[in-house]
Every structure is written in C-alpha cells, then in structure tokens.
Design a protein around this ligand. Structure first.
Ligand SMILES: O=P(O)(O)OC[C@H]1O[C@](O)(CO)[C@@H](O)[C@@H]1O
Length: 553
C-alpha cells in the first residue's frame, strides 16, 4: 500500500516532525516538574491561556517551550488547521459515512451562512430552535396540557448514548438554573429497571416523554419508548389518541417517528451532519431547554460558539483546543500514557466525565487511519474520572503512588452556585483548596528528604514518599453558568478533533458499536426460545444454556 494518502500525507510515524518529537522525548529523559519550575521562574505565569471565561493553567505539564514548538509543528505537518477549516466549511470530512460534520452550525449566529449540499443550514437550525423555544415555554408555563387537561410536571427523556448523555449531563450541570416546579428524568438502559424506577412514582397525566433518537431505530430507545407508551395508555385508560399530548420525538427520521405513532408535528428535527455525540446542542437538547428555559439554552449555545471561533481563529500558540489535543498526543504517543483522567471539583459536573467518555472514546477509539490502513501508533485514551474529592478517597492513591502516567484535568469554579444555602457557601473554599492541593501534590510530590525531615521512621520513608511529576491541566472559571458549560464542551469537542486529525483517523464514525448490536439480536431468540444460533461459539453457547437454566426455562 502506498505511503502517501490523497493529500500527499505520509504515515504519521514516518514523518520528520514525529521523529523529532521522539528524539526530543529521549533527550528529556527523566525530567521532573520540580526542575522545570526551578529553571524557569516565569513558567507558571507564562504557561496559561484565557479563552472566554476559561482560565487554563498548563504549567504543570512535562513540556518545555521546545516540546510545545515541536508539537505545533506536528499539528502543522498533519494538516490539523486544514481539516478544521474543511469541517467549518461543511465539507464531508466524515469520509466513511460521506457526511459533513457541522455541529458548529448548531451554535452559529442566525446571520451566518454555512453551506452543505448546496444549502445554507443556518436558517433550518434557527427554525428548529424557535420551535423548540415555543414548545419549551408552553411546557414550562403549563400552557401545554396532557390528555386529561393537567399540566406537565415531569419530563422523561428516553434516549441512549449521545441522545442521553449530553442532556442528562447538562441537566445536572445546570441544576441551579432549572425549573423548580418540574422534575426531569433520563432513561437509557434497556434494563427495564431503568424505566421502572423513573416512572414508578409518576402520574401519567402529568408526564411528558421525549423520545430522543437520531436514527429512531436504536433498539434500547425504541423498546423503552414502547414500554413507556404502554405505561402511559394503561395509566390513563386511554387509546392511541392520548399519545400526541404526552410524546414528542427528537430525530432525523420522520418516517420512523410516524411509524412509532408520534405525530410529526411533535417532532423536532436535526440532521445527519450532527453526530450523536455532538448533538446535545441540537433538538436533542429539548429536555434541557425545558429545564433551563430557551434564554439560558441560547446562552449555552453562545458559549459553544465563543470557543468555536477561538478554535477557528486563534493562532496555534494561543489555541486552547489545539494545545490540549497536542498535550494528549505527547503523553499518549511519547510517554506511553494509556488513559486520561477528568476530575471535576463540582458536584454539578458528576456526569461530565461519562459524557466525555462517549465524546472522546467513540470518536477516537479507532485503529485504522482515514485510508483504512492499520495504525502503528496509539490513538484515543481511556477517559475516566469522577468528581475530584470523591476520587481522592478512592483511586487517587494510584495517581499519586502507582506506576502509571495518567495526565489529568482538574476543573473548578471560583463561585458556588447562587442559590446554595448560605451555611454551605463556606464549604466552597475547602472544595477548591482540595483541587489546588491535588494539582500541587501530583506535580511536585514529596521527596524522601522531606519525609525524613518530618521525623518519619526510616523504614516508612519509601512508603510515604511521593514521586510527583504527574501532569495536570487546571481549568478554572468564575462559575458554572450555561455559557461556561458550552465553552467547556466545545473545548473538549475540538480537543478530540485535533487528536483525530493528527492521528489521521476518522473521529466521526462509530462502526465499532455495530457488531455487538447485531450479535445481541441473534442471541436474543436463543435466550427466549432456546433457538439454535448458527455458528455460536462454545463459550457463549454454554452461557446461553446456563442463563436458561437459571431462568428456569
Ligand atoms: O440517537 P440514536 O440514533 O438512538 O443513537 C444513539 C447512540 O448510538 C450510537 O450510534 C452508537 O452507540 C451513538 O453514536 C449514538 O449516540
């Protein structure tokens, strides 16, 4: 197979810029952050960036100015800026699905013109946003009535993956801004227990289901939506005519929505150029919009747009998504880091890392390049983490004293949410002190001499020594507002983009989730009816038999 792709780009690991980074890494050897800080007193002030409301401190990274320069050269040589511009222009950079990648159009101002397939998509985006706003206002005000004439008190979003994680995460993140007289629930798992627990205390007459599915064929979602419809109609003692007052759909597939029995007047549309994991700022965000109101939703979109513009226009030295993407490449490809921890110091960001797992791992969990050739380099990392203080009492031990290199992001906010009860406000400084202390301990550790100086018995010194040298990015903002949430998500979206571009993989398909879906469909009849599954492997056949025995079949 040829070394060069259509753009004349050679294999990544054969590029001189890659080799230069490998050599640089060798020369760096066992560098320590203590040393980097000692050598350069200006480091802390210099290695920071301000993007909108986000303050990024990347001084605690194992990089020198030379490292950053070489990483930027790699980005230039791999055509990150060109691919970025092609994405913003609406070119079909999702080559395996022949689609544009235009989530940035979802948050572009109404005056923008973004053309794909000969059509400016912005008016359609704005039209759906207006429809969503009218609907959200009606539900919020009680003007939208259920079948029996009662107002809606609970909204249940049924979706999975990108049709669940985004709105569920953002709902938690922006809880302080949500409608206080309404409840919001998110059902995703095909385990009937999920829906069961979500609706068990609800009155169907006051419940609105939002069925969120780009394709409207996803088995988990359609199964849950069908069960929810049965629950509703049984509870109301009504027929199909009640569905239109209690079900709306968010989808690209009007035909399937109609087939399910939802009036397409109650469907909020989006388009195939919005990837599932990039979709919560599309119609998929309807539950969030009902929760926080259209105005706040628009503030969130403006936050996204601010970072889109930054990514599109900021010079490489000041481009935050570019920098974060390149730092990830530095660790993943040159320090053998296998994972990346995202550690928010905010209870409201409890679902943030789960959201990023799909964004990052579904995008960049690939092992062939854009030309279909196996890659010889590491691609996307395992992304993991939970809110920081909880993690400190669980897995931070491994971060501090384990054997692995795990770069981490520490996220925090200067101000607690406005409506926090006054007697709890004082806890915020303690929370943030923890964030700062962890960044410090991870970077600088504690030497054996420092431990000895505390009078620790010699045999315990190795156990109480902290190597340090664990790299972190600290991201601070004044508060977790809708705009700041939009800024944060766009920052990570574009970081993931940068990495995919450098690795020369397609970050916008997800063929890897297909096989399991197909096999589940084949195995199900074996579980229910004991049907023969041709070609079933011996282990799975044994497990099928055991399952049937345990179920008493
Ligand atoms: O919105 P849909 O079509 O139901 O898909 C849900 C999710 O399933 C996937 O296609 C695969 O898991 C995701 O990319 C997507 O977010």
């Amino acid at each position: 197979m040829s070394e060069m792709n259509a753009e004349g780009r050679g294999r990544l690991d054969h590029m001189p810029e890659w080799t230069a980074l490998s050599k640089h890494r060798e020369q760096m050897g066992e560098v320590h952050l203590r040393e980097l800080f000692d050598k350069d007193p200006s480091r802390a002030g210099r290695l920071t960036l301000q993007v909108g409301d986000l303050h990024l401190d990347y001084s605690k990274h194992l990089v020198t100015d030379e490292t950053l320069r070489l990483l930027r050269e790699l980005a230039a040589a791999t055509g990150v800026a060109e691919l970025r511009d092609a994405m913003f222009r609406g070119e079909k950079i999702n080559i395996t699905e022949h689609r544009s990648v235009l989530h940035t159009a979802l948050r572009a101002p109404g005056s923008a013109a973004i053309v794909t397939d000969g059509e400016n998509v912005v008016p359609a985006v704005q039209h759906v946003l207006t429809r969503m706003s009218t609907f959200a206002d009606r539900v919020r005000s009680g003007d939208w009535k259920g079948y029996t004439g009662r107002r809606i008190k609970t909204v249940v979003n049924i979706g999975i993956g990108g049709s669940d994680l985004g709105p569920a995460m953002a709902y938690e993140a922006l809880r302080a801004y949500t409608h206080r007289d309404m409840q919001f629930r998110f059902v995703s798992n095909v385990d009937g227990a999920d829906l069961h627990e979500a609706v068990r205390d609800l009155d169907p007459a006051e419940t609105l289901f939002i069925v969120a599915s780009k394709t409207f064929t996803t088995i988990e979602t359609i199964t849950n939506a069908t069960s929810a419809r049965d629950w509703l109609l049984t509870g109301l003692g009504a027929g199909q005519e009640a569905v239109s007052k209690h079900f709306v759909a968010l989808s690209t597939n009007a035909e399937k929505v109609a087939e399910f029995g939802i009036d397409t007047d109650n469907m909020f549309e989006f388009w195939d150029w919005v990837g599932g994991r990039y979709s919560f700022d599309s119609a998929i965000g309807l539950s969030l919009m009902i929760a926080i109101g259209p105005e706040r939703f628009r503030e969130m979109l403006a936050g996204f747009h601010l970072v889109d513009e930054h990514f599109r226009t900021a010079p490489p030295e000041e481009n935050a998504p570019l920098l974060l993407g390149l730092l990830g490449i530095w660790y993943g490809n040159f320090w053998d880091a296998q994972s990346h921890a995202v550690l928010p110091y905010s209870h409201y960001l409890s679902k943030f890392t789960a959201y990023l797992q799909q964004l990052d791992m579904e995008s960049n969990g690939k092992s062939v390049d854009r030309e279909g050739r196996p890659v010889d380099w590491q691609t996307g990392p395992v992304v993991w983490g939970t809110p920081g203080t909880n993690g400190q009492h669980a897995y931070y031990q491994l971060l501090h004293q384990g054997t692995k290199t795990i770069p981490a992001d520490l996220l925090g906010f200067a101000r607690p949410v406005e409506d926090l009860q006054p007697h709890l406000v004082g806890q915020h400084d303690l929370l943030m002190a923890n964030l700062l202390a962890q960044g410090q301990a991870l970077a600088f550790g504690k030497t054996a001499d420092e431990v000895r100086a505390e009078g620790v018995a010699e045999e315990l010194v190795p156990h109480r020594t902290f190597r340090g040298n664990h790299p972190t990015t600290t991201i601070l903002a004044s508060e977790l507002s809708p705009s700041v949430l939009g800024q944060l998500i766009a920052l990570y979206e574009h970081k993931v983009f940068v990495q995919g571009a450098v690795w020369n993989i397609n970050s916008f398909d997800q063929w890897g989730v297909e096989l399991g879906k197909v096999l589940a469909k084949r195995v199900e009849p074996a579980l229910t009816e004991g049907a023969e599954v041709p070609g079933l492997d011996a282990s799975t056949a044994g497990l099928v038999a055991k399952y049937r025995e345990l179920r008493g079949r």
